[in-house]
Design a protein around this ligand. Structure first.
Ligand code: URP
Ligand code: ZN
Ligand code: ZN
Length: 466
């Protein structure tokens, strides 16, 4: 079965061109000058006046993640369906190893959770919380399985935290086998003391989540991770960067020629300590995540937009880790440290970042680059994902720049959450049609995909490394 997407403006990271895209089976067969495609045969999708872009690649999600005494509320089924609604056609989710768990057992468990349930394609990163000989050996085995990136944590003592010696050992392995080392860069020891002091002083509201995870804790840990990367020769990808001082560390490392990369998330571009975490009563719990939302008065959000323009920060993921208010976030009433950390955004990333085009913060080509092309290249998916070119998977979004999207008013979103962190956001733009490997999964009638369409995608090594 072939389909011609006709009349649109095809946008890539390097430029935009009016063109017709021929899809044959699961892949892109050819790209034609407007009107030069086959006149008869294919189904036609009219994209006149619309943007035709590669499907979004969200390289940081946590479906069904066991965390904070509960589980992230989206399953692979609900979370990938919501992603599809928003124009994301690939996720890379995190397999979790907690202390004393075997890495390869966890990897199999994540396959069991995802297989047969996903609306879109998916890959895995591996979280390491117990760096010892067996875990290090498993890193080699996972690379052969297409899991080519490993996340470590400098915070969450007793849960995820690795000490500097453990991080050094894992990075040495990454330098050796070509893996991308990912870091949750916050100084956990500093944070733990500040949290205890705040609670002892009776400061229990969600606002203090932000105050007890100051930018100094993020910048210090980012610097330390860079030093360990420099020492070992491992490439480093710093996840969910929120502080401008952490960006400065990454920019300085890149200026020195190191393979250091930074990811931010929509929440660090739009939301703030004052407005969201500081909302009255327990409301701020909706936006408790780590790293935390930063002070707008200190200029972190503006600096983050600037960093996206200058490529000091290379891409935008969601860190989708949703929890409901009822029974989940509510666990932290009277003690902010018990609020499960995470925000749900997997459905809205493409729209929220398109808003940066509307406001003139980024070009439409940069929009495609930071949401699709760079994530694909960073994590060894490029060629198949992240680009509209012959031979690539036909993961395609038809986006209407004249359309409109109202986010999260009531239950209009599709994530399994009883609120939206983005309630009230109005987007000038709309996801009209989503194709995943040649199948239309979202169109004007809504979601028309199916659980189980999405397949596991083994990844190669990062295409940013020589
Ligand atoms: O608050 C967050 N970010 N929750 C998800 C876990 C993580 O650290 O990425
Ligand atoms: Zn993290
Ligand atoms: Zn995360």
């Amino acid at each position: 079965m072939s389909t011609l997407i006709q009349g649109g403006l095809v946008i890539s990271a390097t430029g935009s061109v009016p063109a017709d895209v021929l899809v044959d089976g699961e892949t892109i067969a050819a790209i034609f000058a407007p009107g030069r495609g086959p006149a008869e045969g294919p189904n036609v999708i009219d994209a006149t006046g619309k943007y035709v872009i590669p499907g979004g690649v969200d390289a940081h999600t946590h479906m069904e993640m066991p965390f904070g005494g509960t589980f992230a509320s989206d399953t692979f089924e609900t979370g990938t369906r919501a992603a599809a609604w928003g124009g994301t056609t690939t996720i890379v989710d995190f397999v979790v190893q907690y202390p004393e768990q075997r890495v390869l057992d966890q990897y199999q468990a994540w396959h069991a959770k995802a297989a047969g349930h996903c609306a879109i394609d998916y890959g895995f990163h591996q979280i390491l919380s117990d760096v010892q000989d067996e875990s290090l050996k498993a890193m080699d085995e996972l690379i052969a399985e297409g899991v080519t990136s490993f996340k470590l944590f400098m915070a969450y003592k007793g849960v995820f935290l690795s000490d500097d010696g453990q991080i050094l050992r894992a990075f040495q392995k990454g330098a050796d086998n070509g893996a991308m080392m990912m870091m949750h860069a916050e100084n956990g020891a500093m944070i733990d003391v500040l949290v205890q002091q705040a609670l002892a002083a009776g400061n229990t509201s969600p606002y203090f989540h932000g105050l007890t995870r100051p930018w100094q804790a993020e910048a210090e840990a980012t610097h330390r991770a860079i030093m360990i990367a420099d020492l070992t020769g491992a490439p480093l990808y710093v996840v969910h960067v929120s502080a401008k001082q952490a960006v400065e560390q990454i920019a300085a490392a890149r200026d020195r020629g190191l393979n250091v990369f930074g990811e931010t998330c929509p929440q660090y571009l739009y939301l703030s300590l004052e407005e969201q975490l500081g909302a009255p009563g327990f409301e701020g719990a909706k936006w408790v995540c780590s790293t935390p939302l930063r002070s707008r008065a200190e200029g972190h959000q503006d600096h983050m937009w600037q960093s996206l323009r200058t490529n000091d920060i290379q891409m935008v993921s969601t860190d989708h880790c949703p929890f409901c208010m009822k029974d989940q976030k509510e666990m932290g009433i009277g003690d902010f440290s018990k609020i499960p950390n995470g925000i749900g955004s997997v459905e809205h990333r493409m729209d929220l970042m398109y808003q940066g085009v509307v406001t003139g913060q980024i070009t439409r080509e940069r929009w495609v680059e930071i949401t699709s092309t760079t994530p694909a290249r960073m994590f060894g998916l490029y060629g198949r994902k992240g680009v509209i070119q012959p031979g690539a998977d036909a993961d395609i979004v038809v986006y209407d720049p004249q359309g409109h999207t109202s986010i999260g008013v009531g239950r209009t979103h599709h994530m399994n959450m009883d609120y939206s962190a983005w309630e009230g956001f109005e987007i000038d733009g709309h996801v009209d049609l989503v194709m995943s490997r040649g199948s239309v999964i979202v169109d004007s009638s809504g979601y028309v995909g199916r659980a189980g369409h999405g397949r596991y995608v083994p990844r190669g090594l990062s295409q940013y490394l020589a």
